[in-house]
Design a protein. Structure first.
Ligand SMILES: Nc1nc2c(c(=O)[nH]1)N[C@H]1C(S)=C(S)[C@@H](COP(=O)(O)OP(=O)(O)OC[C@H]3O[C@@H](n4cnc5c(=O)[nH]c(N)nc54)[C@H](O)[C@@H]3O)O[C@H]1N2
Ligand SMILES: Nc1nc2c(c(=O)[nH]1)N[C@H]1C(S)=C(S)[C@@H](COP(=O)(O)OP(=O)(O)OC[C@H]3O[C@@H](n4cnc5c(=O)[nH]c(N)nc54)[C@H](O)[C@@H]3O)O[C@H]1N2
Ligand code: SF4
Ligand SMILES: [Mo]
Length: 859
């Protein structure tokens, strides 16, 4: 076994430390790093299965201009020429970068320096606009700086944790594990505020099914209730807060949809829990009133003095691994580097530090407006790095259109054929996780190193290097003559002196002169300490502001779109699935884009569980598999954001989303979109197993990774063209005309199955799990395969629950029947839940169901 390298997970903002041991050319063993403060050895399913995603499959290995592979010099000359030309003919504002919280701090720093400092436009925005911008704006309004005022350790000491708009068990699973531990050990209470009954909500002490965007009304009402009960901290308000006159009188009651007795319980819990942490994420941020939601949460903490001390604080969780680092180096169009703004003094300081007389003068276009300007032709050059906006932006069809019209589209990505890369004139191969080297900052301001484990794939290069090579071609040699990522980090660290000069707290100056060796060995460290605002808030008078916020006016709704569409994430997939979609284990949790709908809405619209439905908004139509779900409130639907044209026929959700944004932050409202639904009744349904990914031209399809190929679910109206769908080769076939059933096996030269198709018009399709396992077995019996089941039935272990140890539901239920009395006991008997822990919520649910069934049976 090779050397063990300490690095950081490339997925969520928890920022877990990983120990990676090289085991072969591109094969690696991953474990959690017990010494990392973010996870202390824990990992979730996505981190655990990283090894399955580091192969060369799908990678962009060479620079491409159109469909032609070219050398780096040609590609870089071409990008620089396009940029130079655009600036010369149309001015700097015709150029834009759209970057990502998945870049490393060093990449982000040079991208921002090039555009804002040397091209002279602030038209650089990031996908963090879709993710964190409202939290940023709320922090700036309340604290005077974009700063998270607490730390993970506060979770360990809290009496009460509120989760607002966060499916933590799925999206920040290691924070979830920390919360579970606090509940077990200290009896910490947990409240989930989410319109949807998520897996996280099911496990809470109290679920508050707030109306969509009812959070401002709810938090205002809670604050009024605290005032009524005398639970405010008058001394803290007096010493540390600016309170606008009449603030508490203006807390009018609004509509949050919570029954009075449930509201009273919540208010009681809060009043009795001086140590309270409120964790919030996209249910708060991704809203047309996201900034106000952030401030409503912060107001409650300030007014009750629940901040700047152990076990307390309003805590915005970051989504991407380096969303926080990007904010620090000024990746948003609305900030300059080092938490500075656009005042005369701040601009002058940045301009002097960079020796950049041409520094941009005012904030640039925020993501939604930026793509509008691409569409209108005001922007004529756009360089997209580490993000897939053709899928993830609101009104994604419009964004796609904008990119089709734009004369210069450059994409830096690891993957060759993302929906966005397909629209690029120039594609630049970027090094990915395991290849690149640099730093990231997590949710609690801990900076950690990502370190290279493998050599770059093909000709891939580091993002910072690609940007600097273009900058030098534009004539900015001196400003971009960095020798490596350590060199960039030193310059950035030195620049944070400007933060202190302008009364801010971000301070990395201790690293300004660090040696390459010290950078190489950097251990994770937190800037600002556990409670960075404890000695005073970074405002001129040291006080935080209570910001008056009002419930938003209900938008006028067209009767054509009576339902509300909510969108979000699945446990084991990451965004547009370019990496997690390569893992068979991760793909087994959810294989298709599902429309979650309440039983009443399903019945009213003729939708059946397992059938299909279109979701229609004013911007587009997409098609999903129907999942009738008791946890959905009537009138509200939920679909995942993950599916793309590369892995589905019509499951792309971004094109349904309206481009409405929060007036303060510019963040889009992804979670509350007016839509309608229609049942879709295909004439046939099928599933197909292939070795290569199939891209059929049918009404509905979704493909997902299995150990030995791909599983594609299909449905359609027209007769299906088998020759287009199936590979060449000898076939075995069974048909049952009465039920419209057709089953086909296609063989390769070695006589092994190369493809299997199961199609039906009226009947039931066989169990996928068993067939998927047989597809990996060269000795599989063709008779059994076409029958869709074994000749002698083997015990069915049911759908996989624990993806790490491959344990099925039936095995777990059997363990419970035999007396396993808690989740740990199930683990001891079956191994389920003993590795990454992501399935522990399902285990507790199975336990609860099965135990109550056993009890009923006994009575
Ligand atoms: N598995 C997985 N984990 C991830 C990611 C991933 O792609 N997959 N992505 C990472 C990233 S970048 C991010 S930003 C985070 C996101 O992490 P989360 O914010 O936890 O994830 P989401 O599923 O987007 O949305 C959270 C919840 O907000 C709820 N919600 C919707 N509307 C409202 C509302 O009006 N009020 C309230 N209170 N709640 C509402 C939704 O029902 C949903 O359950 O996850 C990170 N972690
Ligand atoms: N409907 C809906 N839409 C949403 C959301 C939602 O909740 N609902 N959430 C929004 C949020 S919070 C977010 S954060 C966005 C995420 O949306 P995106 O950022 O568009 O999604 P990803 O799939 O993470 O895209 C990252 C891309 O970068 C590539 N990549 C990975 N590492 C590197 C690298 O080191 N260098 C380079 N150059 N490329 C790399 C990957 O292959 C991938 O193509 O989606 C937003 N869109
Ligand atoms: S919680 Fe999971 S996805 Fe997030 S950083 Fe940790 S291992 Fe990675
Ligand atoms: Mo995000």
């Amino acid at each position: 076994m090779g050397e063990t390298i300490c690095t950081t997970c490339p997925y969520c903002g928890v920022g877990c430390g990983i120990k990676a041991s090289l085991e072969g050319e591109r094969s690696v063993r991953i474990t959690g790093d017990p010494a990392h403060p973010a996870n202390m050895g824990r990992l979730c399913s996505k981190g655990t299965h990283l090894a399955e995603t580091v192969g060369l499959e799908g990678r962009l290995l060479q620079p491409m201009i159109g469909d032609e592979a070219v050398g780096w010099d040609t590609a870089l000359d071409d990008v620089a020429a396009r940029m130079r030309d655009t600036i010369k003919r149309y001015g700097p504002d015709a150029v834009a970068f759209y970057v990502s919280g998945q870049l490393l701090t060093e990449d982000y720093y040079v991208a921002n320096k090039l555009l804002k400092g040397f091209v002279g436009t602030a038209n650089i925005d990031t996908n963090s606009r879709l993710c964190m911008a409202s939290a940023v704006a709320a922090h700036q309004r309340a604290f005077g700086e974009d700063i998270v005022p607490c730390s993970y350790a506060d979770l360990d000491e809290a009496d009460l944790i509120l989760l607002v708009g966060s499916n933590t068990a799925w999206c920040h699973p290691v924070i979830w594990q920390r919360i579970e531990k606090a509940r077990d050990e200290n009896g910490t209470k947990l409240v989930v505020i989410d319109p949807r009954r998520t897996e996280t909500a099911e496990l809470a002490d109290l679920h508050i099914p707030v109306t969509p965007d009812g959070d401002v009304a709810l938090f205002n009402a809670l604050l009024a209730a605290m005032a009524e009960r005398g639970a405010l901290d008058d001394a803290f308000l007096e010493q540390h807060c600016d309170v606008p006159s009449g603030f508490f009188d203006a807390l009018e009651a609004g509509s949050h949809g919570i029954a009075p007795d449930v509201f009273a319980r919540l208010a009681e819990l809060i009043a009795g829990s001086p140590r309270m942490v409120t964790l919030f994420s996209q249910g708060a941020n991704q809203s047309v009133c996201g900034t106000d939601k952030g401030n409503a949460i912060i107001n409650l903490h300030l007014a009750t003095g629940r901040i700047n001390r152990p076990g307390a604080g309003p805590f915005s969780m970051t989504g991407q691994p380096n969303a926080m680092g990007g904010r620090e180096v000024g990746g948003l169009a609305s900030t300059l580097a080092c938490h500075l703004g656009f005042s005369e003094a701040e601009r002058a300081a940045v301009s002097e530090f960079w020796q950049a007389p041409g520094l941009c003068e005012s904030p640039g276009l925020k993501a939604v407006d930026l793509f509008r300007a691409v569409h209108s032709g005001d922007i004529k050059f756009v360089w997209i790095m580490a993000t897939n906006p053709a899928v993830s932006m609101p009104d994604a069809a419009f964004v796609r259109d904008a990119l089709v019209k734009c004369p210069n589209v450059v994409v830096s990505d690891m993957i060759a054929d993302t929906d966005t890369a397909k629209l690029a004139h120039v594609r630049l191969p970027a090094m990915g996780w395991g290849e690149k080297d640099g730093t990231v900052t997590n949710s609690e301001r801990v900076i950690s190193r990502q370190r290279a484990i493998f050599p770059p794939a093909g000709e891939a290069r580091a993002d910072w290097r690609i940007i600097c090579d273009v900058a030098r071609r534009l004539g900015h040699d001196e400003a971009f003559a960095f020798s490596g990522s350590a060199d960039i980090f030193r310059e950035y660290a030195a620049m944070t002196q400007l933060s202190a000069d302008h009364g801010k707290l971000l301070d990395l100056t201790a690293w300004a002169e660090c040696s390459d060796a010290a950078y190489a060995e950097m251990a994770p460290f937190q800037w600002g300490g556990r409670h960075p605002c404890a000695a005073g808030f970074p405002t001129p008078d040291g006080k935080a502001a209570l910001v008056p916020v009002r419930e938003p006016q209900p938008a006028s709704r067209s009767s054509r779109y009576p339902l509300t569409l909510n969108t979000g994430r699945y446990r084991d997939q990451w965004h547009t699935m370019t990496r997690t979609g390569l893992s068979a284990k991760l793909s087994s949790h959810r294989r298709e884009p599902k429309l979650e709908v309440s039983p009443a809405d399903a019945a009213a619209n003729g939708l059946t569980h397992g059938g299909f439905a279109s979701v229609i908004s004013a911007h587009g139509t997409s098609c999903y598999r129907v999942q009738v779900n008791e946890g959905q409130t009537d009138g509200q639907l939920f679909v995942p954001m993950h599916f793309t044209d590369a892995n589905s026929g019509a499951g792309r959700t971004g094109k349904l989303i309206h481009p409405q944004t929060d007036p303060h932050s510019g963040q889009p409202g992804f979670k509350n979109v007016p839509v309608t639904i229609e049942a879709v009744q295909p004439e046939w349904r099928a599933f197909l197993l292939t070795r290569e990914r199939a891209v059929p031209q049918v009404l509905y399809w979704a493909s997902s990774r299995i150990e030995t190929g791909w599983l594609t679910e299909l449905a359609g109206f027209d007769t299906i063209s088998l020759d287009e769908l199936l590979p060449q080769g000898p076939r075995s076939e069974v048909n049952d005309m009465v039920r419209g059933m057709q089953r086909i096996a296609v063989f390769n030269d070695a006589g092994e199955p190369a493809a299997l198709l199961y199609l039906t018009r009226t009947g039931v399709l066989p169990d996928r799990d068993w067939i998927v396992r047989q597809f990996a077995n060269p000795q599989a019996s063709i008779g059994e395969l076409l029958a869709g089941r074994p000749a002698t039935p083997t015990p069915d272990t049911g759908p996989t629950v624990c993806v790490c140890h491959d344990v099925g539901e039936a095995t777990i239920v059997a363990a419970i029947d035999e007396g396993a009395e808690d989740v740990d006991a199930i683990g001891r008997v079956t191994c389920a839940g003993t590795n990454c822990g992501s399935c522990r919520p399902i285990l507790s649910r199975l336990l609860e169901h099965q135990q109550s069934r056993l009890k009923e049976a006994a009575e």
